[in-house]
Design a protein around this ligand. Structure first.
Ligand code: TXA
Ligand code: MG
Length: 539
């Protein structure tokens, strides 16, 4: 069979629709990964998908629709909660498991009474469905390989097996849709993706994630989703996954590397590996950038198949919030062979000034003897106040004008760096290293497992790279201003100025694994802290 590649557009949509309506299989772009589509109502057409992919017959397919009224065609019952979730996240990277209608044959669901349904947002996918019918489509890779995020990936796997591949560019999301089971009580995430458990819970009040997505199936455990039991996303070379704070996984990979290996790392470490002479080094992006990791992970895994890497050593992103999807795929590609690199849990707490970082830390540490809260500003001042300490000596060497009989005159130091970016950077380089070292030293000597690092400039200082989780406190401008005025006894105007020179809520939402909204009510924050520690800090 000849395989034609066509750019997305009128001609491609028409050609795809007519092939699909005549029972053929077509490679189509979606915002998550490319799919291998066929008429979901036609068992023979669906059979051709399994053939082209080499997919086990007992692994069911997702049905793709383009309009809400098609939901009633493919599902027998649509609970209220499913409608609300659809309204919130469709079109988009979310698949809901619902009871199937008679329209959907056994070939799609592998005989299950339920069916996965998704409304993709990619314009090409929507056009092709609109011009044909509901489409059954798994990811367009050969079974077991990393999913395809470009038309070239699909061509590499499906050349000669399908008549047409529609090229809609690189996939924006990069990992497959979140699969959530809506047939039981609490919505249960069976496969994590860009729509996170937190986002689902924000709409429906509650959601959980199946444990098998994190640790793999237990011996003899029956999978809730057939896809859980197969080896997935595996390049030719075995993957070893290093989990923990980025600085620690960096060091562990450096320790274990041999010249046969390839490396998956973060931007912050790429130059360092290269400088060590390490070869085949690919980056997922900055260590905080979950969306970037998700977009790149499959193409990075695929790159190694074109090299002679013996093993792939990978720095694992943090697994919370939007990181869950990528981490789940990497763990599967490693067959759940993971190396733990950070013993304790280091939670970096940052956020807008006046959003209640320190209060949140205090609430998390309250009544617990396994939590230690460390305030970066306080550690810094303690270091400065120690005339015999290394930091004091270093600062006085660099800024002799601030020498007040062997102690640092903070007011003078403040004036020196206020208008001089270069001097400020030099001071920061000295203090950040010393403060982080001191905090890690205190943490290491403590018997507590959860270490909260209360750091206003978490990312600017690079402390985020020592954390296994980052949390950002955000709040409305107005309530931040009120809190600052009350706390620091300054005018509203000064408080506004200070806020104006700082990152906004959007910065923290993008950078942090998780964000906590401070509504301004202490009761609400107390409740948020209780929910947070129940979920992320088990005793
Ligand atoms: O983003 C996506 O979802 C992509 C694009 C093409 O839309 N599709 C995709 O399909 O990832 P596939 O077949 O590679 O993965 C479908 C997953 C499998 O893990 C399967 O076991 C699960 O969904 N699944 C499908 N139907 C199910 C059902 N009725 N109950 C439980 N799990 C189901
Ligand atoms: Mg797949």
């Amino acid at each position: 069979m000849e395989t034609v590649l066509m750019k997305a557009g009128e001609a491609a949509y028409e050609k795809a629709a007519s092939l699909l309506l005549s029972g053929q299989v077509v490679g189509i772009p979606t915002e998550t990964v490319y799919g291998l589509a066929a008429d979901a109502r036609d068992p023979e057409a669906v059979g051709r998908i399994f053939e082209a992919k080499g997919r086990p017959q007992d692994n069911p397919l997702i049905v793709h629709i383009a309009r809400f009224d098609q939901l009633g065609e493919v599902a027998r019952e649509v609970p209220e909660a499913a409608l609300r979730l659809g309204e919130a996240f469709w079109p988009g990277p979310l698949t809901m498991i619902l009871r199937r209608s008679e329209l959907i044959p056994d070939a799609v669901t592998a005989g299950l009474d339920t069916v996965g349904i998704r409304m993709p947002s990619h314009p090409a996918a929507r056009e092709i469905i609109a011009r044909s019918c509901p489409l059954a489509a798994p990811s367009a890779n050969t079974s077991g390989k990393p999913s395809p995020t470009s038309a070239t990936h699909v061509y590499d796997d499906m050349k000669g097996r399908v008549p047409l591949i529609v090229d809609g560019g690189r996939c924006r999301v990069g990992v497959e849709s979140t699969v959530v089971d809506m047939t039981g009580g609490t919505p249960r995430v069976l496969r994590p993706g860009a729509i996170t458990e937190e986002m689902i819970a924000a709409v429906l009040g509650d959601a959980t994630t199946d444990q098998a997505t994190r640790v793999g199936l237990a011996e003899g455990e029956k999978p809730k989703s057939p896809g859980m039991k197969y080896r997935h996303y595996a390049p030719k070379a075995p993957v070893i996954l290093y989990e923990g704070a980025p600085d620690d996984t960096f060091a562990a990979v450096r320790r274990d590397y041999t010249p046969d290996d390839g490396i998956i790392c973060f931007d912050e470490y790429k130059a360092q590996y290269r400088a060590l002479g390490f070869r085949r080094v690919w980056s997922l992006g900055p260590s905080w950038d979950h969306a970037g990791h998700s977009r790149r992970v499959f193409s990075v895994l695929r790159h190694f198949d074109a090299t002679n890497a013996g093993r792939i050593l990978a720095q694992c992103p943090r697994e919370y919030g939007a990181g869950e999807g990528t981490v789940n795929r990497l763990r599967k590609s490693a067959g759940f062979q993971c190396v733990a690199c950070t013993e304790k849990m280091y939670i970096g707490v940052t956020g807008m000034s006046g959003a209640g970082k320190s209060l949140f830390c205090a609430l998390l540490a309250e009544k617990r003897d396994d939590v230690l809260a460390l305030d970066a500003d306080q550690v810094y001042h303690e270091l400065l106040d120690d005339p015999a300490g290394g930091l004091t000596a270093a600062i006085l060497r660099a800024f002799p004008e601030a020498d007040d009989h062997g102690a640092v005159d903070r007011a003078v130091l403040g004036r020196i760096i206020f208008n001089d970016g270069q001097k400020r950077a030099a001071l920061n380089a000295m203090t950040h290293g010393a403060v982080l070292e001191k905090m890690k030293d205190i943490a290491a000597k403590s018997d507590r497992h959860y270490i909260l690092l209360d750091v206003p400039l978490l990312f600017e200082s690079g402390f985020d790279r020592a954390c296994t989780m980052t949390v950002g406190l955000v709040t409305g401008r107005q309530s931040a201003r009120k809190r600052i005025v009350a706390r620091d006894s300054i005018t509203e105007e000064r408080a506004s100025q200070r806020l104006g020179s700082q990152p906004t809520a959007a910065f923290y939402r993008r950078r942090c694994d998780l964000t906590v909204e401070n509504t301004g009510s202490l009761d609400d924050l107390r409740e948020a802290a209780a929910a947070f520690s129940a979920k992320y800090m088990p005793e």
